[in-house]
Design a protein around this ligand. Structure first.
Ligand SMILES: [Zn+2]
Ligand SMILES: [Zn+2]
Length: 297
């Protein structure tokens, strides 16, 4: 990947969202916080995190349940809204993570030096903020959307699904709709000031928080937390990350049972994503929900 491409990628993934989030906080500091700002931030955050954890992760990457064609398309859109890359790219990258967890070949392990002399801190910062710059697939996904390269074969199961490649290509319009939608709602309620607030809170600040929370699973949940299951990797359960990611923070449990649609082994563990999957099953939109094999759930 050329230095210019790396710079543009870093700008779009990290710098622009951070600047937009800072602008939102500045607006709140100087002109006050409105209830609608917080509502748009919360609703968009929950939708985007569910798009990643329920859609990209538990459904597309691990097929922990079966969804109707309509729900499948909705989950492509929610996953795209989150701005973590198109669904098939995310799925291929995550399957690579599971195939090589905390070994050479893991796209974002904070535990692998990968031949380079790196301190523990620099590995953690790389896993949180920079790992995607070392993955050429990130910028060539568009050219390879129809390809048969080894990386694409990681998602061959989904590539066979009629229409899914077309929905996968709707990534950018959907991603930008995630900024336009809260701006529109804010504008309808209180004019140009509301539109700006909606854009900054429901768009930029939300996107910044979603990105850091999801990348935090790659970093924090392979460094800090408990290990109730003796997996061969360094995955950990972290309750704070579980709250932030609506359940993904039970990451040691996930690596122990990657095919499970639920991660709440104990009653005190919050797993809102698993709760939503069970609600969708009751509504008839989801079938073949895989449980935790150890507990038979
Ligand atoms: Zn992991
Ligand atoms: Zn996974």
């Amino acid at each position: 990947m050329s230095p210019l491409r790396k710079a543009l990628l870093f700008l779009s993934v990290e710098l622009l969202p951070a600047l937009g989030a800072a602008a939102c906080l500045w607006l709140w500091w100087t002109r006050g916080v409105h209830a609608l700002d917080l509502l748009l931030l919360a609703v968009m955050y929950v939708l985007a995190i569910l798009g990643v954890e329920l859609g990209l992760h538990r459904y597309f990457s691990h097929r922990s349940f079966t969804a109707t064609p309509g729900l499948t398309r909705a989950l492509v859109l929610l996953g795209s809204l989150a701005g973590q890359g198109p669904v098939l790219l995310w799925t291929a990258m995550h399957r690579t993570h599971h195939a090589n967890t905390d070994e050479v070949g893991d796209p974002h392990s904070p535990l692998v030096a990968d031949g380079r002399p790196r301190s523990a801190l620099s590995r953690a910062l790389w896993a949180q903020f920079l790992w995607y710059l070392d993955r050429p697939e990130i910028v060539t996904w568009r050219a390879r959307a129809e390809g048969t390269a080894p990386f694409d074969q990681l998602t061959s199961d989904w590539r066979r699904v009629p229409g899914l490649l077309a929905w996968n290509r709707a990534y950018w319009p959907t991603f930008f709709a995630g900024f336009a939608l809260p701006a529109l709602v804010g504008g309808l309620v209180s004019g140009s000031d509301g539109a700006l607030r909606g854009l900054l809170a429901g768009g930029f600040l939300r996107h910044f928080l979603v990105t850091q929370s999801i990348y935090g699973v790659n970093t924090v949940c392979h460094l800090w937390g408990s290990r109730p299951h003796a997996t061969r990797d360094g995955s950990r359960n972290n309750a704070i990350m579980a709250w932030l990611t609506l359940g993904a923070g039970w990451h040691n449990t996930h690596h122990a049972f990657p095919g499970s649609a639920r991660l709440d082994e104990h009653g005190w563990q919050v797993d809102p994503t698993g709760w939503v999957i069970r609600a969708l099953a009751r509504a008839g939109l989801v079938t073949a929900v895989h449980g935790l094999p150890a507990r038979g759930r």
